[in-house]
Design a protein around this ligand. Structure first.
Ligand code: AMP
Ligand code: GLY
Length: 425
């Protein structure tokens, strides 16, 4: 199989690492990739917003399977582009069409979908500029804290949770006034759910599905879950409180009706569904859907898949997932992300990264790095994702924090407490 992975972060590095182990692999390409994927695949310098450039690469390199890492190309219709193009329609493709990608691309669409198919989620209403008065009235029916979500894609920043009603009103009007651009033309206001979060990942061919290992990520920049939200500072898999009883509820109440609902709505969905969940006293509620894998969750999830991921992906793209079984590694995985000093606000780039060849007991996944004059330098906010496998969380913590001490670049920062909140479960 000749495979192309689209994207350039830690998630795509983990895909490249996992797929490069497959016996079915003939050639692996990554567009645009990073210095980590370059050690496992051929990086192609392509602007992934340019669908015709992707098409040329697919034809030139005789690609048979395309895996899309980030959501944006999917929300912009890369799936439709492939499935409707005469020269591409036989290329296997992992990712939904534009319609299915609305599960992530529009919060309102996702909420309506869940309501229609009775999938547990926070109660909500959506508003636009002309219904701001009704929105304010709705806020008064809720209790603090208030959850306000820009309908469209807002680079992960579109959810605001003010803890008093005056701030909620102010936030609502600034969102409807364009704080997040067009993404905030509509705002979903919903009930605040109390509980503990985790993420469940599903690979589906539109009829059948495989449940991948679940994960929990650490979103805030500071230890003890303090400070600004980030793309994710670390992840663990498995999640100790996601026991068999809980996961059975997730499958029956959420995964089955989601896959079935998409099918009955006439949405052909091939690809990943990432379900952000709240465990509220043992019952799962959906916080959000994403139409891709999570980052850094992928870096903790894929090392726990013992069966051949590429074989599963090919089966999904062919609509033959019913005959696949996933084999999971029972060990604990934990991922630590090192970032640039200042992230998620302003940060400088271009610092030389030293010590990578001293990493021994971990998987190293490059995220925001690039090669410059034979050296690896920082090139993004999240720089590296490092994953350890061990018998338990404490063991993973020891490996990770021992190993990361050999990585050096100016301004390096990472959380010191990944997994420590879960040690007593
Ligand atoms: P989202 O982009 O929808 O994942 O929201 C970002 C974060 O906001 C989530 O990871 C949760 O921590 C939080 N959040 C979103 N919706 C709710 C809710 N209804 N209740 C409590 N927290 C929420
Ligand atoms: N780590 C959260 C995400 O990928 O959206």
């Amino acid at each position: 199989m000749r495979v192309l992975i689209i994207g350039s972060g830690g998630r795509e590095s983990a895909f490249a690492w996992s797929i490069s182990k497959s016996r079915s692999l003939e050639a692996l390409f990554c567009a645009p990739g990073n210095p980590g994927t370059a050690t496992l695949a051929t990086n192609l310098e392509i602007n992934i917003k340019d669908f015709n450039a992707i098409k040329r690469a697919v034809l030139e390199h005789k690609i048979e399977l395309v895996i899309v890492g980030p959501e944006e190309p999917l929300v912009n219709g890369l799936g439709d582009f492939f499935r409707s193009d005469d020269q591409l329609k036989d290329t296997l493709f992992i990712g939904p069409d534009r319609k299915g990608a609305q599960l992530e691309g529009s919060k309102e669409f996702a909420k309506e979908f869940m309501e229609k198919w009775s999938i547990p989620t926070a109660s909500y209403k959506s508003f636009n500029k002309s219904s701001i008065k009704e929105a304010e009235k709705f806020l008064e029916t809720l209790r603090a804290p208030y959850v306000l979500k820009a309908d469209g894609l807002a680079a992960g920043k579109g959810v605001v949770i003010p803890d008093n009603i005056d701030d909620a009103r102010r936030e609502l009007s600034s969102m409807l006034d364009g704080k997040f651009g067009k993404a905030g033309d509509k705002v979903v206001i919903e009930e605040y759910l109390h509980g503990i979060e985790l993420s469940v990942f599903v690979l589906t061919d539109g009829k059948d599905y495989l449940i991948l290992p679940e994960a929990k990520d650490y979103k805030r920049i500071g230890d003890g879950d303090t400070g600004l939200n980030t793309g994710g500072m670390g992840a663990v898999s498995p999640v100790p409180f996601a026991d068999e009883t809980f996961m059975k509820k997730v499958e029956e109440r959420i995964i089955k009706p989601t896959v079935e609902g998409l099918k009955r709505d006439g949405i052909k969905y091939t690809g990943f569904i990432f379900i952000g969940l709240m465990n509220c006293a043992g019952d799962p509620y959906v916080i959000e859907y994403n139409v891709r894998m999570g980052d850094p969750e992928t870096e903790a999830v894929l090392p726990r898949i013992k069966s051949d991921l590429l074989v599963h992906l090919v089966a999904a793209a062919r609509g033959e997932l019913g005959s696949e079984t996933i084999v999971k590694d029972e060990r604990q995985a934990m991922t630590l992300v090192t970032v640039s000093g200042g992230y998620p606000e302003e940060y400088a780039k271009g610092f030389i990264i030293n010590g990578l060849d001293e990493l021994k007991e971990v998987n190293l996944f490059h995220a925001g790095t690039k090669s410059l004059d034979g050296k690896i330098v920082t090139a993004g906010g999240r720089v590296l994702a490092i994953t350890a496998l061990g018998n338990n969380i404490e063991c993973c913590r020891q490996i990770l924090y021992r190993e990361v001490s050999s990585v050096r670049y100016e301004g390096i920062y990472f959380r010191k407490d990944i997994g420590s909140d879960l040690q007593n479960y």
